[in-house]
Each structure stands twice: as structure tokens, then as C-alpha cells.
Design a protein around this ligand. Sequence first.
Ligand code: GLC
Length: 441
Amino acid sequence: MTSYITKKTMGDTSWFMKDRFGMFIHFGLYSVPARHEWIKNTEQMTDAEYDKYFEFFNPDMLDAKEWARAAKKAGMKYAVLTTKHHEGFCLFDSEYTDYKVTNTPYGKDIIKEFVEAFREEDLKVGLYYSLIDWHHPEFTIDFLHPLHFHADAEELNKTRDMKKYAQYMRDQVRELLTNYGKIDIMWFDYSYNEEGSYRPPTAKAWMKGKGKDDWESEKLNDLIRSIQPDIIINNRMDIEQDIWTPEQYMPQKWLTHPKTGELVTWEACHTFSGSWGYHRDEMTWKTPDVLINLLINCVSCGGNLIMNVGPTARGYFDKRAENALEVYAEWMKYNSSSIYGCTMAEPEFKAPNGCRLTQSVDGKRLYVHLIEYPYAFLEMPGFAGKVKFARLLHDGSEIIMTEKKVPHFGVGLNENDDLLVLSIPRVKSDMLVPVIELILK
Ligand code: GLC
């Protein structure tokens, strides 16, 4: 077994740390304007201006079974869907608001469709719930709220009571955890009260950010645990929870607890493009090599990766998203053994230049990901005497091993008793990142 001890979690993260790879789905009214899920803020829209998206919300081509099949084919083992984003619109039939999908032309409970379709494909299901709500009448206007630009914003706040909003959140989370069967992850988003967190230049002194006291996070957490004790909760309620969630960047080491230094359970979340919600004209789509390297890097640092798709307003994944998912499908079809049930390699195994290592949690298999394809030989100091057999993962073909020196051409160079040398095919296969599987002694 690998030797890593992670910080104990309240939720059951055992399946999570095995499955490693998930799909995020951001879907809502913002999918209609198709200019980013923050459009109500960035274009300073009032409710009245935003309501046209409610009136015309009708994803007539939405097929959650198709979403689930695409996720499964890409090698994703779980999925998290937005139940309500910052806009406040609910994708489920909540009894606590009229601002919900069952009152739109679409008329059906999307969360119900989602959980049923993904469970049918044996995928775990998670629900994203925005703590922020730019539609709710009791949510006080702060520096992120679309109304914060209006002259009467401060006056308006005197009529708003965040305690009533916190109660609304508890009522809705209770609905989500009671009416849709076993939910594996609750993914909250997000707190912005930390000193030094982003504040726009237009922010006035009274527009303070929000955190655990505004959300009444402890009460919300207790409610969740009382209904579904095994559920995984993320760390964005401004209280410590099960998983840490670095966003749109690639940690270079296993994340540790800021106070205790313990290894934490973590998941990096990324978009395929520069937007979480469908953005028709946004062009910064991650290239295939970045997509695969992100996944390998996360697991090589003991973490998970969740990649986001923003369905179109018609409800389907557009071609660009399909192509990105196909990159994962093609690579995972042959190389998923280096991801599922794997984690960071033991410290005795140092990654050669241009490579990333993962190791099976049972300690028996080590995976060398050839991020930079080596010419002819791969020198691996410290590995001699530890490897029983080596093969390319995608086709199972043997990789010849030599110990102590590079055969033939390397006479007299780099000789060392602990050196293992792998002979590498001169021509790289069409595998985006070839992987060598080392069966350890
Ligand atoms: C950021 C974005 C939000 C998105 C979230 C996903 O908080 O502002 O729109 O839902 O990331 O992690």
C-alpha cells in the first residue's frame, strides 16, 4: 500500500479518491444570452431586464441520458450539476420559490432528470448550490450584486434580511437532499469575505463580502449531515469541510491543511473554455495536451479533476465540448489504469525529467507518463532492482529494461548501481501522452 495518510473527512471520500475524474455542468438562464454565467453582474442587469431569459428558457433538446453517456465515455465517474447559480434560478421544483424551471416553457425538473440519468450509467451525482443569489428579495446587495451600481442600493438593503435568506437556503437544501435520493456531493459556491479578496473599484464601504455568518454555515452543515451523513461537502461555505477546491489552476504538489500541514482531499475544477456557462463567442478552449496533462498532474499530486461543460440553451453539449470530451475518451480508453485507484508516487520514486508519476494505491503499479517524449532511452535513477516488468499501457507491449547503464551507446556515461534504463520506441505512438506501466517487485 502507498503510505499516504490524508486528513480524516466527515463525508465518505473513499470512492471519490478512487474515481479521480468528474464532470461539472453549469446550466441555467445564463445559457440563453450565452455570454458567461455572470452576465447579470457584468452587464448590470435588473430583474426586469433579466426576466426575458426566464420567459424564453426552453432547452427542448436536453437529454440528460446523453449528458450521462458523454461523461461516462470520457472516463468521468461522477458529475456535479448546478441546481441554482448566482442568478437565483432553480433547476428543480422547489416549493420555496416561483423562480424555477417548472414555471418556464421547459416545465420539467432538470435535477430529477439529471440524477436518474447519471445513476443509470453508474455515475455518482453531486449538486452545486450557489450561496449567492442575485434574485432573492432578502439577499442583501453587496459589491458583487448586479444592483450595487444603483443609487438606492444602500436604502434597499434596509428592507432585506439575510437571516430569512439563510433560512431559504436551508429549506431548499433540505428539498434537494430529501427529494432526489442519495446525493454524493454538495458543492457550494462561494464565500467572499476574506480580507484581501477581490473587490471592484466601485465597491463602497457598506458593501461588505459574505461568509459563514451570513450563510449560517454551521446550521446549514448540521442540516446536511443530519439528512445524508456520508455526503461530501466542499470548502466554500467558509467553514472547513471534506474537499478543497482550487479553481482554474494546477497545484504542483499535494495540498496540505494550512494549520496542521496534513494532506487534504482536493479537487481542481476547470472549464474547457474561459466560461462555466455556455459562452458562444468565447475562444480560449484548452488544447488537448493541456486537458490530458491537467488530469495526470492532479492525480500525480494526490488530487481529483472536475472538468466543466456548459450546455447550450437548447440543452445539448456543443461540438467544441464534444471534441474536448472525445480527447478524454480516447486517452482514458487505454490509460485509465494510471488514473483510477491511483495517487502520488511514493517519495522513493523520483519522476525523470519531462515525466509525471502516479502509483496504484495498492503500491504494486507505477505509471510513468511521458509528457515530453524521450529519445531512445529513459534513465530512471533509484529504480534498479525494484521493477519486475515494464510495458506501454496503451498496447501492452514490453519495454526492455537495462540496469546500471544505458545499453550500447551510453558506455561509461551515467553508470550507477541504482540506475534503471527503459528502451523507448524511437517513434512516439499517436497516444497524446504515452504511459509506461511498471509492475513493481
Ligand atoms: C467561480 C465562478 C462561478 C463558478 C465557480 C465554479 O466561482 O465565479 O461562476 O460557478 O467558479 O467553481
